[in-house]
Design a binder for this molecule. Structure first.
Ligand code: ARG
Ligand code: ZN
Length: 462
């Protein structure tokens, strides 16, 4: 210690000796970490702060695929901060401020580091504004299908989807499911047939000087991977559930009218969800049905899932079920993804039981027999590339069926509802889930978890 102190400048030595981290200089914080140690996606998210609200103000030109944006991010510091990161892929940062004062901005890969004029005290709420522009990019996933996410150019418009990482292609964020926030997404496009659709409710649509601005509001917290933006010549239809939830279904005219009757059933599917999973968690519901060329898979984007027409009808129930499981109760880390997909697939099985005379037991046995569902345990995907693979979906659903068998019919549905209610609008992990089921059922289910959730090997019998 003595030699160390001697080699330091007197001011720093004084800080060390007194334990005071400021010393009147205004410098006391440390940089927030780049990443939140997600076991599968190391770089995603950032440490040191917790976002409350994103206000995105964007202008898009579909002719040139040029996006100009301002992201105003309200966050609370969870440590004394000298600098912090946001996740941003591509695009050019034109400037940044923190609490109204210019902040130094540095880019390295998908990490944007901002160094505010003054350190931010732990517990303080601060406002960051990032101005950016450029051509937003499509991100290719590591999965086998090489799924596209991020920013997708479509016939005459664009579609932005973000599971697991794509939101950083169109706005800077704390891009990890563990940091949920409310959103205002305001987008200006050229006046004409194009409409702008996003999560939540439309607050305003104004046309001036040849441009139309749409303002969408998400009042309930949302994970960044569920943020969505769709720009196209869509046909919207408004309706309402019997419980009073406003429903907006949006269809690309290229899809045709073949599925109109099915799409009109969205309010009933939401009502069926309420019966099984408890109150609908958001202030609106809906769906966007797009041509198969626009997107290769369906995604449960908050309040309005995006569904390519080839995924109808099954994914309608699946994506609506995600509003409870995944969107309202959100995984703490990407390893907990089976809590999304297991429940969404199990919702399909319950739907088939209720309406197609196919007992869940039969769906369970079919999934059990299929070897591709046994590649790895659902609660332990071996890599980021496998997070959307079959075991996460179908072994995930099998876990739920085993719980149903173990605890009985009535307790099972109470557990399903109770889980959605208890963790409404927050995050939960696999350990939270197993503890919850054991507490509610009063049963020790260690063996069930070891075999069905964490076990590598397929049991001899279903
Ligand atoms: N979560 C979506 C669903 O099951 C599927 C997303 C697939 N995404 C991917 N990048 N492979 O509804
Ligand atoms: Zn799903």
């Amino acid at each position: 210690m003595r030699t160390l102190v001697r080699t330091l400048t007197p001011a720093v030595a004084l800080l060390l000796l007194t334990g005071c981290t400021d010393g009147g200089t205004g410098v006391h914080g440390k940089p927030g970490s780049a990443g939140v140690r997600d076991p599968l996606f190391r770089g995603l998210g950032n440490g040191g702060y917790d976002v409350q609200h994103y206000a995105l103000t964007l202008a898009y030109d579909p002719d040139t695929n040029h996006l100009k944006g301002t992201a105003e991010i309200t966050a609370r510091a969870t440590q004394d901060l000298s600098a912090f990161n946001l996740d941003l892929h591509g695009l050019k940062v034109d400037g940044a401020t923190v609490d109204g004062k210019e902040a130094a901005a540095n880019r390295a890969g998908d990490e944007l580091t901002l160094r505010p004029h003054r350190d931010i005290d732990k517990g303080k709420t601060f406002r960051t504004v990032v101005s950016y522009s450029g051509e937003p990019q499509t991100i290719i996933d590591e999965d086998e299908e090489k799924s596209k996410e991020g920013w997708l150019e479509t016939e005459g418009g664009a579609l932005a989807v973000g599971e697991p990482s794509g939101s950083m292609a169109w706005f800077p964020s704390n891009n990890h499911p563990s940091d949920k926030a409310t959103y205002d997404i305001t987008v200006t496009v050229p006046e004409g047939p194009l409409r702008v659709i996003s999560n939540g409710e439309l607050m305003k649509k104004v046309t001036t000087g040849g441009r139309t601005t749409y303002a969408w509001k998400s009042r309930q917290p949302m994970a960044s991977y569920l943020a969505m933006l769709a720009i196209g010549e869509y046909r919207p239809t408004e309706s309402r559930t019997s419980s009073g939830v406003p429903v907006l279904t949006v269809v690309d005219p290229a899809v045709g009218t073949k599925h109109a009757q099915l799409i009109a059933q969205v309010p009933e599917i939401v009502e069926w969800g309420e019966l099984n999973f408890g109150p609908y968690p958001f202030s609106s519901a809906g769906v966007i049905v797009v041509p198969n060329d626009d997107l290769g898979y369906a995604l449960e984007t908050q309040t309005k899932p995006v569904i390519p027409v080839k995924e109808l009808p099954d994914s309608l129930v699946h994506e609506i079920a995600h509003q409870w499981f995944g969107n309202s109760v959100t995984p703490r880390s990407w390893k907990d993804m089976w809590l999304n997909e297991g429940f969404a697939v199990y919702a399909e099985w319950i739907w088939h039981e209720d309406f197609d005379a196919t007992p869940a037991k039969q769906s369970f046995e079919a999934a059990f027999a299929d070897d591709k569902n046994w590649a790895f345990p659902p609660a332990d995907p071996p890599s980021a590339a496998k997070v959307s693979d079959d075991p996460v979906y179908y072994r995930g659903a099998m876990v739920l069926h085993k719980i149903r068998q173990a605890v009985g019919e009535k307790p099972f549905f109470e557990i399903v509802k109770g889980w959605a209610t208890e963790h409404r609008h927050s995050n939960a992990s696999t350990a939270d889930f197993t503890a919850y089921v054991e507490k509610k059922s009063g049963k020790d289910l260690t063996e069930l978890w070891d075999t069905w959730l964490y076990g590598k090997d397929k049991p001899d019998t279903p």
